[in-house]
Design a protein around this ligand. Structure first.
Ligand code: FAD
Ligand code: EPU
Length: 342
């Protein structure tokens, strides 16, 4: 384990922000993690995965620890499920493809989400009708202060929409080391969400398979989300907020095309992309496709803020403030950022 000094974080975040870390180290196991944590007591720490859900608005005057714990192990199986443990430093999409190859079902709808396995429980990643909690079994995490390992079951994690205890109650306290998933041996196809069925039809799929679902999801995502290798971004910048049925009715009366999806509890989840698209820097303009210098709001998906070149994290954040304010003024709805702002 080597501690680097004054490192540019540009290659380590998908926004491509050129902030600097005072110290930076990778760790491939718990021993290396403990060694790194003992460096200069009192130094602040930040655990980093693939950097695909983080916005650096300033340099980090502490030690960034990049989780590089690898390994995919089939632990055991029962009549219905196989239990698969993956190191936190495994790339998420490669893990998904690996499971598909072995015909383990459950995470094919989560194809092409950037980042690493270790961050997947942080915000309970979700897409196309599946959330990570649907296949989560347990995880092992290291408590930085207590210097001890803990096991978290699903109930311990407090999963919600883009939420977990690691994002709130236990923020910055634990390092997730590995996650165990409960995957189906006999696939259960989830195709009802979004444009999956149309895409499968367009692809001419006759025999449905988890590989076909994964391919369809990849095609849909590639058509609307920017590839961070080409345009810096962190996916959805904000969450989709929920409002009461009553509030939705009132909004609908004023804005008849407003997009909302009913939640199980009767509330309605609004499509933030739609809300943002209806607002803009000036009256009669739209944020969607907005660009000033190299900072912008993506042309095909208004929920995604982008770095077209070499903008600072502050510029992205300032744009997000303006968007947040205009949505609040127009719809009376307060957006919440999904991206972790540093
Ligand atoms: P990072 O950005 O490195 O870290 C995110 C947070 O988790 C930070 O606070 C970090 O400190 C913490 N963290 C990371 N690893 C650990 C660990 N091992 N232990 C403790 N804390 C840790 N998300 C979705 O849910 N659904 C989507 O459909 C989706 N689509 C996306 C599309 C694009 C193009 C992009 C760029 C992002 C998208 N995202 C999506 C967001 C992002 O990919 C996920 O949130 C992903 O899980 C982040 O993983 P990461 O390893 O990059 O995390
Ligand atoms: N819409 C617009 N204009 C836009 C974008 C969207 O009007 O510019 C409306 C359309 O009506 C569209 C609807 O919003 O049908 C939903 O859009 P989309 O299917 O693209 O999904 P989303 O709600 O914008 C969410 C997640 C994504 C996830 C997709 C698919 C959040 C915050 N975002 O986006 O997750 O991939 O659904 O399940 O929940 C992420 O978290 O980073 C992320 C990309």
């Amino acid at each position: 384990m080597h501690i680097h000094e004054n490192i540019s974080l540009r290659p380590y975040n998908t926004f491509g922000i050129d902030a600097e870390a005072r110290y930076f180290a990778g760790f491939a196991d718990v021993d290396e993690l403990e060694e790194a944590l003992s460096f200069k007591p009192g130094t602040p720490h930040l655990i980093l995965g693939g950097g695909s859900n983080i916005l650096f608005t300033q340099d980090f005057d502490g030690l960034i620890l990049k989780n590089e714990i690898k390994g995919i192990i089939e632990l055991h199986e029962d009549s219905e499920y196989v239990y698969v443990k993956a190191g936190a430093g495994e790339n998420w999409h490669r893990f998904v493809l690996n499971c598909i190859k072995r015909n383990w079902s459950g995470i094919e709808n989560l194809s092409l989400i950037p980042g690493n396995v270790g961050a997947s429980p942080m915000q309970n990643i979700g897409a196309y009708g599946v959330e990570m909690e649907d296949v989560f079994w347990d995880l092992e995490a290291y408590h930085i202060q207590e210097k001890k390992m803990f096991t978290f079951t699903k109930a311990d994690c407090g999963f919600g929409y883009r939420e977990s205890v690691f994002k709130r109650k236990y923020k910055d306290q634990f390092v997730i080391l590995n996650v165990t998933f409960q995957l189906r041996k006999k696939p259960r196809f989830i195709t009802s969400y979004g444009a999956i069925e149309q895409e499968l039809e367009r692809m001419g799929v006759k025999d449905l398979s988890i590989k076909a679902i994964s391919d369809a999801v990849i095609r849909i995502r590639s058509s609307k989300l920017p590839d961070p290798a080409e345009i810096g971004n962190a996916g959805s910048f904000f969450k989709n907020p929920s409002v009461s049925a009553e509030q939705f009715k009132n909004l609908k009366a004023k804005f008849e095309n407003i997009v909302g999806y009913p939640n199980a509890d009767g509330s309605v989840k609004l499509a933030t992309g739609w809300l943002i698209e209806q607002c803009g820097p000036e009256n009669g303009t739209s944020w969607k496709g907005y660009r000033k210098g190299d900072v912008g709001c993506y042309t095909k998906q208004a929920l995604v803020l982008v770095n077209y070149g070499n903008v600072s994290g502050k510029e992205i954040y300032e744009l997000s403030e303006k968007i947040l304010l205009s949505v609040k003024n127009r719809f009376g709805v307060l957006l919440e950022r999904e991206v972790n702002v540093i």
